[in-house]
Design a protein around this ligand. Sequence first.
Ligand SMILES: Nc1ncnc2c1ncn2[C@@H]1O[C@H](COP(=O)(O)OP(=O)(O)OP(=O)(O)O)[C@@H](O)[C@H]1O
Ligand SMILES: [Mg+2]
Length: 500
Amino acid sequence: MTMLRLQHILSNEIAKRAFLSRPPEPPAEVLLNSPTESLFVGTTKVFKVPFTWTFANLTNPHIAVVGITGAGKSYFVKTLLIRASYVWGTNAIIIDWAGEYRPWVKQSGGIVVSLAKGDYLNIMDLSGMKPLDRAKQIINSLDILTDIGAYPEQRRLTQEAIEQAYVNFGFIISEKAPEGKDAPTLKDVINLLEEKLQDGTYEYPAELENTIYRLRQFAREGQDYFARKSSIDLGKLAESGLVSIDLSGLPSEEFRGLAALFILQTLKERMRAEGFQETKGLKTFVVLDEAWKVASDDKSDAITIVREGRKYQFGLIVASQNPTDINEAIFSNVGTNFMLRIKFEKFMNYLQGSLNFSDFIRSEISKFGVGQAAVEMAFQTAIKFPETFVLEKIHGEEPLYVYTIDMTDVLMQSELAAGVVQKDFQFEKEELKSRFIEFNIPAEGIDELFKKMESQGRYMKMMDFIAQLKGNSVSNSTIASFLKSLSLDDVLITRIISKS
Ligand SMILES: Nc1ncnc2c1ncn2[C@@H]1O[C@H](COP(=O)(O)OP(=O)(O)OP(=O)(O)O)[C@@H](O)[C@H]1O
Ligand SMILES: [Mg+2]
């Protein structure tokens, strides 16, 4: 049997031991940067250090954000965009897959462009590029989004027809296009292919027919969102403050993908053409929220942008519920990864495999609540501290939304006339939410209530409000304490509850 022996030891001896010399967070001088040159995100979990984000010491300004639905990805992105605009004057272009940024952008005074609801993008626009390069990009997009890669002859026919359409419009295909000259559209390309079919001399008419069929899905009357003269100027939008390009009205993922790839390609070309300019912070953030194949395919420009690094002051933010929708090359090359709550083992394995964080971080991520995050940063120089740490909470910034509960349906005429009782109650969203949480109202009930109130212009009559709570099995006594917390008197509370 062995005996346990106590030993006296000096504290400097202890300090040398590995478990204490390797703290769980980067040092404060790395986390906390000058407020005029960085963006506040939240406080760290262990040492409660305010963390302000900057890419100054990182490999690049690009960011990946992952987490299950409701984890707080979009909320974080909005927070970052607003602060970047305050601190650096950063513009933002949001490629909004599901249309979820629309109300916020409007509220914040930004511009919303809705493809499929009156706005068009001609994917053959050149913005100063060589037609040959644009033709390659279009083929590349079709490779990612359609089955064209499996049919080399159809691929060749498509590329040839695109190039021919440019020539017919007076472009020289290997030379940079003059600004402002009108480009052909996919309809012109389809016409050329149809002429060829009519002509009858081409030896594989079936190949030609399939080529036409594939392109026509993007040019049909009523669905020709990318086959008309552009109604928007992406270059200008990239310098117009906060802009959301809403793709939610497009008919399928292929359409959304085509739009997203085109936007990325165009912005990448612009970024290259403008080259390096010495300005503070970032000029533009491009946000890809819910990325689908656009961020997962090896051939995507999302990857090129991330790889081309930091020199253009152009930051890409890719957010997704499904980490496997984000190519490993993006995870391992972006300067910063924000990992919010992840539930599925499969996703966690993929993340841990790409980023190599510890099992401790893994278990933290699986336990996160809304707004909690692990942050992983890739520094330019070798470091002696962990690259991944945990934030207690992302401290957000959403415009103030006021929610009103109207009392007029429970007050008597005399009470209203006398003005002795408050006619309505107004709450800021977070405040109302935390009150609900305080009274143990179930999460689904809270979501439902907010949805209902939002559909009525953030407003609800008191009796509807009570009915909504009861519908979620909230007990009378909980309702009574909630009403008491609003300083209603007992007579009124009894009246409300008996009326319900
Ligand atoms: N850090 C936070 N602090 C307070 N509230 C938050 C925070 N993060 C998110 N929320 C709230 O949680 C809700 C869900 O957040 P959000 O819409 O950002 O989730 P998401 O991850 O983008 O989900 P989805 O994948 O479905 O788009 C929102 O009502 C938002 O206001
Ligand atoms: Mg979201």
